[in-house]
Design a protein around this ligand. Structure first.
Ligand code: ZN
Length: 261
C-alpha cells in the first residue's frame, strides 16, 4: 500500500524541489516556498512587503512560525488563502496572531470556511481514493477574513499597499478558489494556482490534482490561464514542484486541450 508516509518519503528523496524550502526570483520580488506535510506555503516578498500565500495545516503552524522567524519575518502584510481546505487555511489564525496581516479569502468559500472542515472531495486517482475519507474530515478553526474577493481585483485595491498584480476568482476545486497573479497587470509573469493543478513529486510535469469534481471545466480553466497570459513563465502550485509554461503546454497537449505544433 502506497501510504501517505511513503509518498512523503519519496518526495524528500527524489524531488529536485522536494527540499523543505525553495527560493525563486520572480519578475517582481522573490518567493520562498516552504513545504510542510503535503502543502506549499509561499512567502512572497516584494517592495518591502511580505505576503503569505496559504497557511498550511493547523498542526504545522508552530513549525511554520519558527521557519518564518528564522527567515527574518517579523510581520506579514497579508495572508492570501487560495481556498478553504484544511491544508491551505488551517494555520491562518495562528499565523495572523503571530505576524498580523490582512486575511484574504474568496467570497464563495465563506460558507466552506464556516464549516471548519475540508468537506466533500472528488478523488481523481486510486491513490486519492485511499485518502479521501481522512481528507474530507480534516478540521480547522474557521478563519476571519478581512478581505473577500468576488471579482478580479488588483492587489493594490485588495490590500491597500503598493504590490504589483491581481487576484482572480477561479471556481472549480472549491467555489471560492483564487488565482494570485504577480507582476504587470496586463501581462503577469507568475501565478499562484492553489489546487487548480499540482506539481509532480519527482519531476517537472503538471499533474491533475488529487481531488477535482469537474475535470473538463478544470481543463478549460487551465487552458484559459495558459492562453490569456502569454508571458506567464512560472506557475506555483499548492502541492509539490513549481511549473513552467512548457510544462503546462505539455499537460494541455496530453489532455487533448491543445493540438501539438
Ligand atoms: Zn484543496
Amino acid at each position: 500500500m502506497f501510504t501517505r508516509g511513503t509518498f512523503l518519503l519519496l518526495l524528500c528523496l527524489l524531488a529536485a524541489c522536494g527540499n523543505r524550502t525553495r527560493e525563486l526570483d520572480l519578475a517582481e520580488g522573490e518567493v520562498l516556498t516552504i513545504r510542510r506535510a503535503f502543502a506549499n506555503i509561499h512567502l512572497w516578498r516584494v517592495n518591502g512587503f511580505a505576503i503569505l500565500i496559504d497557511a498550511g495545516e493547523a498542526e504545522e503552524s508552530e513549525r511554520l512560525i519558527t521557519i518564518l522567524e528564522e527567515r527574518g519575518v517579523d510581520r506579514l502584510d497579508a495572508i492570501i488563502i487560495t481556498h478553504a481546505h484544511a491544508d491551505h487555511i488551517g494555520g491562518t489564525n495562528a499565523l495572523q496572531t503571530r505576524f498580523g496581516g490582512q486575511v484574504v479569502l474568496g467570497a464563495a468559500d465563506l460558507e466552506l470556511n464556516a464549516t471548519g472542515m475540508t468537506g466533500p472531495l472528488c478523488p481523481t486517482s486510486g491513490r486519492a481514493e485511499g485518502w479521501v475519507e481522512e481528507d474530507q474530515a480534516a478540521r480547522y478553526e474557521p478563519a476571519t477574513p478581512d478581505v473577500l474577493i468576488d471579482e478580479r481585483t488588483s492587489l493594490r485595491d485588495a490590500l491597500g499597499i503598493d504590490v504589483p498584480g491581481f487576484i482572480d476568482p477561479a471556481p472549480g476545486h472549491t467555489p471560492g478558489s483564487l488565482l494570485i497573479f504577480t507582476g504587470d497587470e496586463d501581462d503577469p509573469q507568475n501565478v499562484f494556482v492553489g489546487d487548480m493543478f499540482r506539481g509532480s513529486v519527482t519531476g517537472s510535469s503538471v499533474e491533475t490534482h488529487f481531488y477535482m469534481c469537474d475535470l473538463d471545466q478544470n481543463l478549460q480553466a487551465i487552458l484559459r490561464l495558459y492562453e490569456d497570459f502569454p508571458s506567464m513563465d512560472r506557475y506555483l502550485p499548492g502541492h509539490f514542484c513549481e511549473l513552467t509554461r512548457d510544462d503546462v503546454r505539455e499537460y494541455l497537449i496530453e489532455e487533448g486541450a491543445l493540438t501539438p505544433p
